[in-house]
Write a protein that binds this ligand. Structure first.
Ligand code: NAD
Length: 384
């Protein structure tokens, strides 16, 4: 069976779906691995390094003709047009927020497997959890960006030229990325507070060194599968207002809040921004085309408000550490692929809970149970 890696096409995307070590693992399972020439360039992985592990270096069209095509992000229109029925394509396709691409993939007749749909609480899915691996990288990088943008020190410094107090950092959203951001900011010497709408995250946040903030105006909002549920309009307003006081007392705010399949909740409003001191920094990891956790944040852009507050729209952070991110993603995707293979051939089985979770399209249809019309419609819903 031929498994290929294509060169990513999204602007700024530097990751690659397999690194040479992962090729070795797949070859040991008797898979033929094809790597599009230049696929690893962005992550400093040369064609030769892949060839040394037994991969064949091929053209774009040869890579697109494989039985299984691996990628990190979404396929572009040209790639979709080249797909044929019966192929399997694996990547991060965000089907909950991109129903159009999902429909296009279904129409080609491919089996589309989306790494971001893996049921994350199953013990056997842990090595395949690309959302966690990439969120870890993003959280780490967000803290570094915050430290770089902040015009004072993160740690307490006592020098002959004076004493610098440690920065006060607030992390909003303490999932995988938030916990990594807390740990990184702590290691840089900041004093870190954290808040999440799921109270069960308190002990995790405390274990990596944060003081957990509890809001009195909003109750717990844990949803299904370890995620948060969307807040009601009243809860959202109460949360925004109470958070504003906490935000104003911090020098740096890192936001990571997400609700699956919905646009990111707005946690830092224009009014809250106005209360922040000049020189404060926000790094919005929720920043996306759909809107972010911080009012006015723009993905990939850094803006400074009239009152001197810097807002970094931190989109695409894993791609800014492409070698580490590719190594982790490669482990995720190769673990999933090996899980799907029996005796050298794909053995897809949608009665298996893990597989049912990741298979999005099959035999010309959208087959994932979560992809109902109501769910897709909620993406553009008004609640923020
Ligand atoms: P995520 O990226 O979906 O969201 C990030 C955080 O934002 C979450 O903690 C969420 O509660 C929070 N959030 C959402 N709306 C909010 C709001 N209005 N205000 C404040 N915070 C808000 O989450 P994630 O990092 O992907 O992880 C989700 C959960 O899944 C975590 O609890 C994680 O531990 C869990 N998880 C479990 C496993 C496992 O069981 N092995 C694996 C991976 C993740």
């Amino acid at each position: 069976m031929k498994v290929s890696v294509v060169k990513e096409t999204a602007p700024g995307e530097r990751r690659v779906a397999l690194v040479p070590e992962a090729v070795t693992k797949l070859r040991a399972a008797d898979l033929e691995v094809l790597v599009e020439s230049g696929a690893g360039d962005g992550a400093w992985l040369t064609d030769d390094s892949y060839a040394d592990t037994g991969a064949s270096i091929v053209s774009h069209s040869e890579a697109l003709a494989a039985d299984v095509i691996l990628m990190v992000g979404k396929p572009d229109a040209q790639t979709v047009a080249a797909l044929r029925a019966g192929q399997v394509i694996i990547g991060l396709f965000a089907p909950l927020t991109d129903p159009e691409l999902t429909a296009q993939l279904a129409a080609t007749g491919v089996t589309a497997i989306s790494m971001d749909m893996i049921p994350r609480t199953l013990p056997r899915s842990q090595p395949m959890d690309a959302l966690s691996s990439q969120a870890n990288i993003a959280g780490y990088k967000a803290a570094l960006i915050a430290a770089t943008e902040y015009v004072r020190f993160f740690p307490l410094l006592v020098t002959a030229a004076g004493t610098a107090r440690p920065a006060k950092v607030l992390v909003l959203g303490t999932g995988v990325a938030g916990l990594q951001a807390i740990g990184t900011a702590r290691r840089l010497g900041a004093v870190v507070s954290a808040y999440d709408v799921r109270p069960e995250t308190r002990t995790e946040a405390e274990s990596v060194g944060a003081t957990f903030i509890e809001l009195t105006s909003v109750g717990p909002a844990s949803g299904e599968g370890g995620y948060a549920r969307a807040l009601t309009d009243a809860e959202r307003l109460a949360q925004q207002q109470e958070l504003a006081g906490h935000i104003a007392r911090h020098d740096v705010v890192i936001t990571t809040a997400q609700v699956p399949g919905r646009r990111p909740p707005l946690l830092v409003t224009d009014d809250a921004l106005k209360e922040m001191a000049p020189g404060s920094v926000l790094v919005d990891m929720g920043s996306s085309e759909l809107g972010g956790n911080v009012a006015g944040s723009l993905p990939g852009q850094t803006i400074v408000t009239e009152n001197g507050v810097t807002i970094v729209g931190a989109a695409g952070l894993p791609s800014s550490m492409p070698t580490a991110a590719s190594a982790m993603y490669a482990r995720n995707v190769s673990s999933l692929l090996l899980y799907l293979i029996k005796d050298g051939a794909l053995a897809l089985d949608r009665d298996d809970e893990l597989q049912a979770g990741v298979i999005v399209t099959s035999d010309g249809k959208i087959v994932h149970p979560a992809l109902t019309e109501e769910r897709a419609a909620s993406v553009s819903g008004p609640a923020r």
